[in-house]
Design a protein around this ligand. Structure first.
Ligand SMILES: *Cc1c(COP(=O)(O)O)cnc(C)c1O
Length: 356
């Protein structure tokens, strides 16, 4: 079976981990700092703060911005659940805005109608590695004095009009094992705001600036140097990985027929965390998945249910109807696009899809 994702682990990752083991210093240390510097470079931000996961990056970013009970945060329902859970962790209320059919991202034309006096922030998600319409999002945020926290967990290296994602608002990234660059588990916050970066560093470490001097309630959301060693080796290959994903996506789009292939909006550099087709409305996606899997092609459904349809979230937001997200959740099907694919793999994927 051609897997839907597969981390590429080379000698550099192994050597990096061994060096940390041999140093005897496993916890957060110099490699975490170096990984932070690399992320800040890639994102063009002054600061980056490493965390234990993408989820804790979002959680800390919300806390560092002072978002909490009574506040509303506008986001997309068509995302990995961590986006929404982080809003719930801080006691705020998610407010869902429907998505664009073309990019699967939050529809900026619908955001303003969702703004209330309680709205504090917008979390756009650069889903599958395709940047959101950031000009429109930032303009709405400016007009209503809202914080923007970008969920860029799937989009390291993506750019919108030449500018890296994670540099428009406060950026949150994931280094989970299946993401475009990974450290096993890990996350990163990017920002130009020195005070915010400092609050982030304290929140990830028990609210501590000076040793055993706790200034507020914090957490243990640190990254270890073991993880950072893997992440550093991966960052060396980010451009190569992204180029291979782009090449794979271009091949699939040039040869796949019979399903709706993904589009890239002008001005956006997509990094293809996922290559997601739509089977079309009324067609049996489950059957398509079965047949692809039988032909040895791994698939993923990201995501089978929009966030507002889960019971524990419905209990908070009530019954809302978001027709585009609900329809696309029934139609989407992701195919392997990762940098480990061979030409034979690509041909096998195309053949299996075109036979559906
Ligand atoms: C992976 C992901 C996260 C969470 O990252 P973890 O490192 O798994 O905690 C958040 N948002 C999106 C869109 C993601 O894909």
């Amino acid at each position: 079976m051609i897997p839907i994702s597969k981390p590429l682990i080379g000698e550099a990752e192994k050597k990096g981990v061994l060096e940390v083991l041999e140093s005897g210093m496993l916890a957060q240390g110099p490699r975490v700092r170096r990984l932070e510097e690399r992320f800040a470079q890639v994102c063009g931000t002054r600061y980056a703060v490493a965390t234990s996961s993408g989820t804790t990056a979002l959680h800390i970013a919300l806390l560092a911005h002072g978002i909490g009970p009574g506040d509303e945060v506008i986001t997309t329902p068509f995302t990995f659940i961590a986006t929404v859970n982080s809003i719930l962790f801080v006691g705020a209320k998610p407010v869902f805005v429907d998505i664009e059919e073309e990019t699967f991202n939050i529809n900026p034309a619908l955001i303003e109608a969702a703004v209330t006096p309680r709205t504090r922030a917008i979390i756009p998600v650069h889903l599958y590695g395709h940047p959101c319409e950031m000009d429109a999002v930032m303009e709405i945020a400016r007009r209503h004095d809202l914080i923007v926290i970008e969920d860029a967990a799937q989009a390291v290296g993506a750019t919108y009009k030449g500018r890296p994602v994670g540099s428009f608002g406060t950026g949150c990234f994931s280094l989970y094992a299946t993401k475009n660059v990974m450290s096993g588990e890990g996350g990163m916050i990017t920002t130009d705001d020195e005070a915010l970066a400092e609050r982030g560093r304290m929140l990830r470490n028990h609210g501590m600036r000076r040793r055993y001097h706790y200034e507020f309630l914090g957490y243990n959301f640190r990254m270890s140097d073991l993880h950072a060693a893997i992440g550093l080796a991966q960052m060396d290959r980010l451009e190569e990985f992204t180029a291979r994903r782009r090449k794979n996506a271009a091949y699939l789009s040039a040869h796949i027929t019979g399903v709706i292939t993904p589009r890239v909006r002008e001005g956006c550099e997509h990094v293809w965390h996922q290559y997601t087709v739509r089977v079309g409305s009324g067609r049996d996606r489950d059957a398509a998945v079965r047949r692809l899997n039988e032909a040895g092609v791994g698939t993923g459904i990201f995501y089978p249910l929009p966030a507002h349809r889960y019971d524990y979230i419905r209990a908070v937001v009530g019954d809302v109807h978001l027709p585009v997200a609900e329809r696309l959740a029934r139609e989407v099907l992701s195919l392997p696009v990762h940098p480990g694919l061979s030409q034979a793999d690509l041909e096998r994927i195309v053949e299996a899809v075109n036979r559906l």
